[in-house]
Ligand binder design. Structure first.
Ligand SMILES: N[C@@H](CCC(=O)N[C@@H](CS)C(=O)NCC(=O)O)C(=O)O
Length: 261
């Protein structure tokens, strides 16, 4: 695996792969929190073959930080005593950032009311367990009839989002941008990929609240700043499209492709 080990210090180190929607969730939260962090790109795919490195081929420094060998991963040394802390799993990383950095200067990204906060978590959990698998499944399945069935489920999930989005907006939970927006927006950033490979327009035309939400979320500076192409000057959208070819032709061997088949 080509990635080099980062030097972990008191400042947060953010292990990311430019194409990863899970890591993008955390990238957006880090930017929203105006936290200082060291971005460290991890190479998850072999550039020669385009295949994902299996866990056994990932460097020890990486699996020491995250035994799952995945991004996002956050690592830092605490101020008080020299102890290494690591955090992984995107939604947990984002909750960690919320706990770490919510004060006068760093905005809360979860609503203050316990029941509304719980609702935000229900929405994130639902999106993660219901929508995300379908996004991969429709790409990796090669049978047209199966794709059509998964496509219908994906549209039904968009309707679920439409029914659960705050009516006044502009963001998912209302006026304030939140961890719910961070959790959902990376898959809508990739909406054109779904259209390109499977002819499904995200959000569907009859989801007007979701379309308005997407428009607002896509303009958010933290979101646009998270569009990081692999090479300076390259088009993020074009490179992402290239990245998803291996999902769409059924040859991706990533853990997501396997898990959501
Ligand atoms: N459940 C994890 C999923 C993270 C994930 O699957 N990341 C991918 C990149 S998009 C990864 O690191 N894959 C490594 C692999 O497939 O070997 C999360 O929410 O953080």
């Amino acid at each position: 695996m080509a990635s080099t080990a980062p030097k972990i210090g008191k400042e947060l180190t953010f292990l990311c792969s430019w194409f990863c929607p899970f890591a993008q969730r955390t990238y957006i939260a880090l930017l929203e929190k105006k936290l200082k962090f060291n971005y460290h790109e991890v190479s998850l795919r072999n550039p020669q073959t385009g295949l994902w490195y299996p866990l056994t081929e990932k460097p020890k420094w990486f699996t020491d930080l995250n035994p799952l060998g995945k991004v996002p991963t956050l690592a830092y040394e605490s101020e008080a005593e020299p102890q290494l802390h690591t955090v992984y799993e995107s939604l947990i990383c984002n909750e960690f950032l919320e706990d770490l950095a919510t004060n006068e200067e760093q905005p809360a990204l979860l609503p203050p009311h316990p029941a509304v906060k719980a609702r935000a978590r229900i929405i994130m959990d639902h999106f993660n367990t219901q929508f995300v698998p379908l996004f991969y499944r429709i790409l990796v399945r090669q049978d047209k009839q199966q794709q059509d069935e998964v496509g219908k489920e994906l549209i039904a999930q968009c309707k679920w989002l439409e029914d659960n989005i705050d009516s006044n907006g502009p963001y998912f939970m209302g006026e304030q941008f939140s961890l719910v927006d961070c959790a959902i927006v990376p898959w809508f950033v990739r909406g054109y990929i779904m259209e390109h490979f499977r002819g499904i327009h995200l959000p569907p035309n009859d989801c007007s609240k979701l379309s308005k939400w997407m428009e607002a979320a896509m303009k958010r500076p933290s979101v646009t700043a998270s569009f990081k192409p692999p090479e300076e000057g390259a088009s993020y959208k074009d490179k992402l499209l290239e990245h998803y070819i291996r999902y769409a032709d059924g040859t991706a061997n990533s853990t997501s492709a396997a898990a959501f088949k």
